[in-house]
Design a protein around this ligand. Structure first.
Ligand code: GLY
Ligand code: MN
Ligand code: MN
Length: 439
């Protein structure tokens, strides 16, 4: 059995369990459709339903469906309409073609009606927004039922070998583009030019990226999701934070790196802090093991960052005090990582079980997206950072525990982070990102 066939077998089994549990005859997955700009006929980019693309590597097929039934091959209703305005999305060759029963449709509403007529209890998973006509006969309770989604979301944390292969391939591609971006940075390129170097290396369009590239020079690195791409380079490029991914068959990479510019005033101080951070980063990666709580892992990142704040005199207190007083949260306000897979921020990180019960969130860490313990066959990112964020520093402006002269010295660099995707497989802990790219 190939990895893809084994993947389908696994999915079929998960969906069959869910159908039994939720007393369903079938599950119909709608790929989705693009939206339009307000008062315009200008189409917005299409993003496929992740539940569609985990079944088969079709990421551009709108208005199509996968029908899952017990003990039966899954069926693809593939939308193809004779239309001289638009190009038809090309279908990739592959094993998926042998795995599905096929039907070409030119009217998605008909496919929906056929399923409604043939299967009494069918749940629909998909975006029904602006499609009320198509789904009007569908009982409200069967549209994206939350209990069903919780069960399936919970299981999506456990990646199959096919999914791991795609994630590895996505990381290989992203690493290649990261190298092109690094090269552009050290040649003095602007943010926009670096972004273009990244796209050119992948020979892709922006819409093909899993998320907007973060290409941040200098203080822009302090904007956590910066995607503004200044077209001209700053007077001096002191630092470069890149957070950029790639996708293979709809599975994503999400990699961050930081570089210090050459011959920069205070560059040695920033580089020394970053070097010490790397030591803590690798020590944190070494903590990864089955059974370890990801919340404790996040907390350990805060302890380690607190140590750096004290060691490099960004605060005037001990590491323990900095941790206890929450000062590391001023410099690192986000979560240390998240599940990754068919979605960059993959689903299920807050679920305690298949019933949809939620794990308790630590009030200190409201942005942590993953609370489940580390388990075999899960893949998550690790991305602690230190950022000089004006808004958060302003909240501490009267606090004498903060070493303001030191902070002012370094804040023009914006900040830094590294980010790798880590898999826990049969063979142990595997860094999916690092084999292809230095830290
Ligand atoms: N690139 C988005 C993230 O790191 O979560
Ligand atoms: Mn991430
Ligand atoms: Mn990222």
């Amino acid at each position: 059995m190939t990895p893809y066939q084994a993947h389908l077998t696994q999915l079929q089994s998960r969906f069959e369990q869910a159908m039994v549990h939720h007393q369903l005859d079938a599950i119909l997955i709608y790929s989705g459709h693009h939206g339009y700009a307000f008062l315009d006929d200008n189409a917005m980019p299409f993003r496929v339903n992740p539940y569609f693309k985990i079944w088969l590597p079709l990421i551009n097929q709108e208005r199509s469906f996968v029908l899952v039934r017990p003990n039966t091959r899954p069926k693809l209703f593939l939308y193809q309409k004779a239309d001289y305005w638009h190009a038809e999305p090309s279908l990739p060759n592959g094993e998926w073609q042998d795995a599905f029963e096929f039907e070409i449709i030119d009217d998605p509403a008909k496919a929906v009606k056929t399923c409604r007529d043939n299967y009494n209890n069918t749940a629909l998973i998909g975006d029904t927004l602006d499609q009320s006509d198509m789904f009007q006969d569908w009982p409200e309770a069967s549209l994206n039922p939350s209990g069903l989604l919780a069960q399936l979301d919970y299981q999506r944390a456990y990646k199959t070998e096919y999914e791991l292969e795609n994630l590895r391939a996505a990381n290989r591609l992203a690493a290649k583009a990261h190298k092109a971006a690094k090269h552009a940075f050290f040649n003095g390129a602007s943010e926009l030019e670096i972004h273009h170097a990244y796209l050119a290396s992948l020979a892709c369009r922006e819409i093909d990226l899993p998320y907007n590239n973060i290409i941040a020079l200098n203080e822009h690195a302090a904007v956590l999701h910066y995607d503004d791409y200044a077209p001209t380079p700053p007077a001096q490029s002191k630092s470069f934070l890149i957070d950029a991914g790639s996708s293979v068959n709809g599975y994503h990479a999400d990699i961050s790196r930081t570089y210090v510019g050459p011959d920069v005033k205070d560059g040695a101080e920033f580089a020394a802090l970053f070097q010490a951070y790397k030591r803590e980063y690798f020590a944190l990666l070494d903590e990864i093991q089955i059974g370890h709580s990801y919340l404790d892992f996040h907390d350990s990142a805060h302890r380690r960052l607190s140590g750096l704040l004290s060691e490099f005199e960004l605060v005037n207190c001990s590491a323990e005090q900095a941790y206890a007083l929450g000062y590391s949260r001023t410099f690192f306000p986000c979560g240390v990582g998240h599940y990754i897979g068919a979605q960059v921020h993959d689903v299920g990180g807050h679920l305690a079980n298949e019933l949809g019960e939620l794990l308790p969130q630590d009030p200190r860490y409201p942005f942590l997206r993953l609370l489940r313990p580390m388990e075999r066959n899960t893949v998550f990112t690790v991305e602690p950072g230190i950022y000089f964020i004006p808004q958060l520093l302003a909240e501490q402006s009267q606090n004498p525990d903060f070493n303001w002269s030191r902070i002012h010295q370094l804040k023009a660099f914006g900040g830094f982070r590294l980010e790798d995707s880590m898999a826990i497989t049969e063979l142990g802990v595997e860094n999916l990102s690092a084999p292809h790219l230095d830290h």
